[in-house]
Design a protein around this ligand. Sequence first.
Ligand SMILES: Nc1ncnc2c1ncn2[C@@H]1O[C@H](COP(=O)(O)OP(=O)(O)OP(=O)(O)O)[C@@H](O)[C@H]1O
Ligand SMILES: O=c1ccn([C@@H]2O[C@H](COP(=O)(O)O)[C@@H](O)[C@H]2O)c(=O)[nH]1
Length: 282
Amino acid sequence: MLRTIFRARVSPQTALRTVKSTQLLLPRAARFYSSNGSSQQPKSRGKLLVLMGALALGSTLFSINYQKNPPVAFVEEESDDQTQGPAFSDKDVSVIFVLGGPGAGKGTQCANLVRDFQFVHLSAGDLLRAEQNRPNSKYGELIKHYIKEGLIVPQEVTVALLKQAIQENYEKGQKRFLVDGFPRKMDQAVTFEQEIVPSKFTLFFDCPENVMLKRLLERGKTSGRSDDNVESIKKRFKTFLDTSMPVVKHFQEQGKVVTVSCDHDVNEVYDQVKVAVKDKIL
Ligand SMILES: Nc1ncnc2c1ncn2[C@@H]1O[C@H](COP(=O)(O)OP(=O)(O)OP(=O)(O)O)[C@@H](O)[C@H]1O
Ligand SMILES: O=c1ccn([C@@H]2O[C@H](COP(=O)(O)O)[C@@H](O)[C@H]2O)c(=O)[nH]1
């Protein structure tokens, strides 16, 4: 199952396009049916049936062809996404990346910011867990495996979920986003900023490992998370150091990181967070 997905080499564009097409095509089909179906005369109803038959045949042929050709082939032929630039302007949409080790307190502080300011909190981990639990998700098993092993889910999945969440919230008028626990790997950082929106800055939660371990084990008593156990936590720490710290360094080199010291009580940490956010964005 995992191997099949990797061999297909699904590119970010494909994943985004898949999300887009499922979202866009289905409502369009539904609109067509509801606006025409009820008032059809017998003759035009016949035409409608012929048209629907043709569409069904077309979609079957498309699906056979799609399975023969890896998705990447489609992307390379038609993709002009890379030259289009980000989907949103950073003048219109503000994204703050929230990074830090597992259990540093990112989610806790994001909740404070949502309470006091107008932010939408998008936790990449939460989005992945929701996708994992979504009935019939083709990524469910893959996500489950990666989370338990403390590894980074291939970016195509996570970037598509984030883009969809930002788009949905933007359509409701939301323009400020805390993107929590992302980007965890350099490829994600590059893709997100190229295709969605450049980040304003990164809030980095700096916390000693022994403090994070203690917090996670405590949380694990009630969280029900498959990765809040010593074995998974050790793997998550390693992934954080090897794979995610280079992302923090990358943004530090651009002068786009504000570091918060997390080995303090929640209110003290929040005082630092407020200063960082007010200075930069409000
Ligand atoms: N400053 C703090 N002092 C003590 N406990 C804290 C502090 N901040 C958060 N916690 C607790 O530590 C645990 C981990 O916090 P939280 O879930 O916010 O971390 P996180 O960085 O989002 O973790 P993860 O990346 O694993 O999702 C929670 O049980 C939370 O209540
Ligand atoms: O961009 C991401 C973010 C998260 N993951 C996976 O999810 C778990 C849990 O993340 P939390 O932020 O602690 O909720 C993480 O260990 C990764 O396995 C990911 O793959 N990509």
